[in-house]
Design a protein around this ligand. Structure first.
Ligand SMILES: *Cc1c(COP(=O)(O)O)cnc(C)c1O
Length: 383
């Protein structure tokens, strides 16, 4: 047995990500946005559950302009791994953490004057500290309010140890009503950028667009977009009538485990796990060591989840903390060691991310996030 086979026998659960699909989504995005805008990749939440180091390395090789993410630990790991493209931290941490970020080669986001002073203390007029400024253009979460931002930038311009390399905002939306709100805010942000340009206060990088605005084709005059979901093939919309998110393919291509026991129950026997007390007919069941602790969810009420064993659909009877129980009636040849796919293709059958997410009652994005870091991870298609 090779080392690989032993470890997979000890821990037979896996998730596979297909980097060719990531590449395909990136190409599609580049085509959509055209040559005038750069792409910053949003890699928050461990690259939306896909593994920040592998994704960052792949995107850097593909020539991405830079990265934005929330976790300083993950940003540091990226630097340690040798990622050299700009890494911008979404505003996280307290102002006193900002000098340390700058020392580690991470560009902090400034949202107020306390942050600006903290950053300036880590720079000098010879080597000014690079920061991005976040403006709240209407989303109401983080940033300097847009009405104050012009004066704020004028103040920052007086600080010789500060280099405001970028300016961004966030105007995401999920449905048609919010889209009109966002369109209007994009227009105001554009007007604001024009006034900054008139006053020679416009930072070199500007960004407002994200997955939703790119997919909906909202007019955006910033020089960059920051894309997360679409890179990984997740739709930003609850309303499938907007955009064509289906053109982007989920990067997750397989979730699976292997059977550790196959048993037959005679008529009359209980399978309390599936709420069957006294089975009416003989039943063959299989158990795989994957469950809620690995990021699966219990099936949403009314859903009829299935897995795939030997290319056939098998109903999922129960999901518990560490186990999955499947109904093997009709798969007479199933045996210990067989693969149980919860997502992916086996023979003619296929379970896609939308199915799995539907069974869990989660969005596609939250389904992959739930599995993040809890299964051994394979990457394919990366060369
Ligand atoms: C997450 C995030 C993005 C990317 O959004 P997507 O919808 O995933 O493309 C952009 N900007 C900010 C501030 C974010 O938090």
């Amino acid at each position: 047995m090779t080392e690989n086979e032993i470890s997979s026998a000890l821990d037979p659960n896996w998730v596979t990500f297909d980097l060719k699909r990531l590449d395909g989504n990136l190409s599609l995005l580049r085509h959509r946005i055209g040559p005038k805008q750069e792409i910053l990749a949003s890699l928050k939440g461990n690259a939306y559950g896909h593994g920040v180091l592998q994704v960052a390395a792949f995107l850097e090789r593909a020539g991405i302009f830079g990265f934005m993410l929330g976790s300083i630990d993950e940003a540091r790991d990226m630097r340690r791994q040798g990622i050299t493209a700009p890494i911008v931290a979404f505003a996280v941490g307290l102002p006193e953490a900002i000098p340390e970020m700058i020392e580690d080669g991470i560009v902090p986001t400034i949202v107020d004057m306390a942050g600006a002073h903290a950053a300036a203390s880590a720079g000098s007029s010879n080597v000014p500290a690079r920061v991005y400024l976040k403006v709240d253009a209407g989303f109401g979460r983080l940033g300097v309010p847009i009405d104050d931002a012009h004066a704020f930038l004028a103040d920052l311009a007086q600080m010789s140890s500060l280099d405001v390399a970028g300016l961004y905002t966030h105007l995401p939306f999920a449905d048609a009503a919010e889209m009109e709100w966002s369109r209007c805010k994009f227009a105001s942000f554009g007007w604001f950028l024009d006034r900054l340009a008139d006053a020679h206060l416009l930072p070199p990088v500007t960004q407002a667009g994200a997955s939703s605005s790119v997919l909906a084709g909202i007019k955006d005059q910033s020089g960059a977009v920051c894309i997360g979901r679409l890179l990984f093939g997740f739709s930003p919309f609850t309303d499938s009538a907007i955009g064509d998110a289906d053109a982007f393919e989920p990067v997750i291509s397989e979730v699976g485990s292997r059977l550790v026991q196959v048993t037959s129950h005679a008529p009359g026997q209980d399978m309390a796990i599936a709420n069957v007390f006294g089975a009416a007919t003989p039943k063959r069941i299989g158990v795989a060591p994957i469950g809620v602790a690995n990021g699966l969810h219990r099936p949403a009420p009314g859903s009829r989840p299935t897995g795939l064993v030997r290319g056939r659909r098998v109903p999922i009877l129960a999901v518990s903390l560490e186990h999955l129980t499947v109904d093997l009636d009709g798969v007479d040849d199933a045996e210990v060691g067989d693969r149980v796919l919860l997502l992916g293709a086996d023979g003619e059958e296929c379970i896609d991310l939308g199915h799995l997410a539907g069974w869990f009652g989660l969005s596609d994005m939250d389904t992959v996030q739930a599995l993040s870091g809890r299964l051994s991870t394979n990457y394919i298609g990366g060369d």
